[in-house]
Write a protein that binds this ligand. Structure first.
Ligand SMILES: NC(=O)c1ccc[n+]([C@@H]2O[C@H](COP(=O)([O-])OP(=O)(O)OC[C@H]3O[C@@H](n4cnc5c(N)ncnc54)[C@H](OP(=O)(O)O)[C@@H]3O)[C@@H](O)[C@H]2O)c1
Length: 289
């Protein structure tokens, strides 16, 4: 079995996923850089460093998912963290079309069901499929973590508030896919709450998808998120995700990890060890739907 804890990040060949991969390596993880295009994954893994390996993984392709799970078991023998990051925003947004224009063309009354299915296939069903395939490995880990990268634009609570600035673009495609992802996250967390596995949804804030670098003006493949040039924390979009993972205690053979983990979390909540986790804020973000 591999000595270091192992993390798999889906859609890690660019953007927030790539930044999460980099941050996980600095926290002592061996990181599997999930990429539907292996070459791009290999280039990204090289950028991350020697503790990263590329793995071909298309979250909408069952064969690809099964092959990835088999490879992780045979090569590393363990998986401690799964970050379901891969997502798309649309498949039909025309070059030059603003988010507002696209959201108008995808109101519930007119939205293409094909568009809806395509986005849900990646953002919701892809997450469930990858999680199901990786769960046997995660269950064997001492204190596994699953983090689903969600978005505030999917929050029903926020979008019910007329003052929420993104309310006008709440719609059935990307925003509702994130609402559904939040529901899946809660369902997974409820099922797994008696195990050592914790499941959370995280919103990284509003970031350029490629780790804070300016977006090319040329049209490109469908992207997730609603970036459009608004940058927050360039190059640092991943701390929320990492903070969910950092509650993993050091692995001690023979210790299930769950007890120590609960103690660590309690200590952080009490602020006894100066931990950086604001669990109240995180929980609010997670359950905000
Ligand atoms: N950017 C934001 O402001 C923002 C805000 C809130 C939440 N988020 C969330 O953060 C996550 C990452 O967003 P991002 O802005 O970094 O997006 P991005 O730059 O568009 O990257 C998305 C990644 O997902 C991959 N992907 C798409 N479909 C896939 C599939 N079927 N199988 C495997 N990988 C697939 C892409 O691969 P390819 O390179 O092959 O296309 C890419 O690596 C998403 O879950 C997004 O919803 C983003």
């Amino acid at each position: 079995m591999h000595n270091n804890p192992v993390a798999l990040v889906t859609g890690a060949n660019q953007g927030i996923g790539l930044q999460i991969a980099k941050d996980l390596v600095t926290h002592g993880f061996t990181v599997l850089v999930g990429s539907r295009n292996l070459e791009r994954g290999e280039a990204a893994a090289k950028e991350v460093g020697p503790d990263a390996r590329a793995i071909q993984l298309d979250v909408t392709d069952e064969n690809s998912i099964v092959a990835a799970a088999k490879r992780i078991r045979s090569e590393l023998g363990r998986l401690d963290v799964l970050v379901n990051n891969a997502a798309i925003a649309d498949t039909r947004r025309l070059p030059g079309m603003s988010v507002e224009e696209y959201s108008k063309s995808t109101r519930p009354s007119v939205v293409s069901l094909d568009e809806l299915r395509a986005v849900f296939e990646t953002n919701v069903f892809g997450v469930v499929a990858v999680t199901q395939a990786m769960l046997p490995l995660l269950r064997e880990a001492p204190a596994a973590r699953i983090v689903n990268v969600s978005s505030g634009v999917g929050s029903l609570t926020r979008n019910s508030d007329p003052a929420y600035p993104w309310r006008s673009i709440f719609g059935p495609v990307y925003p509702a896919s994130k609402t559904a992802l939040n529901a899946m996250t809660l369902a997974m967390a409820i099922e797994l709450e008696s195990t050592g596995i914790k499941v959370n949804a995280a919103c990284c804030g509003h970031a350029d998808g490629r780790g804070g670098r300016p977006r090319a003006s040329a049209p490109r493949a469908p992207r997730s998120g609603w970036s459009d040039g608004h940058l927050l924390q360039p190059g640092r979009p991943a701390p929320v995700v990492i903070s969910f993972i950092r509650v993993i205690p050091p692995y001690t053979p023979g210790d299930s990890g769950a007890t120590k983990d609960r103690k660590n979390l309690t200590q952080r909540r009490k602020g006894e060890n100066g931990g950086q986790i604001n669990s109240k804020k995180m929980t609010k973000g997670t359950n905000d739907t």
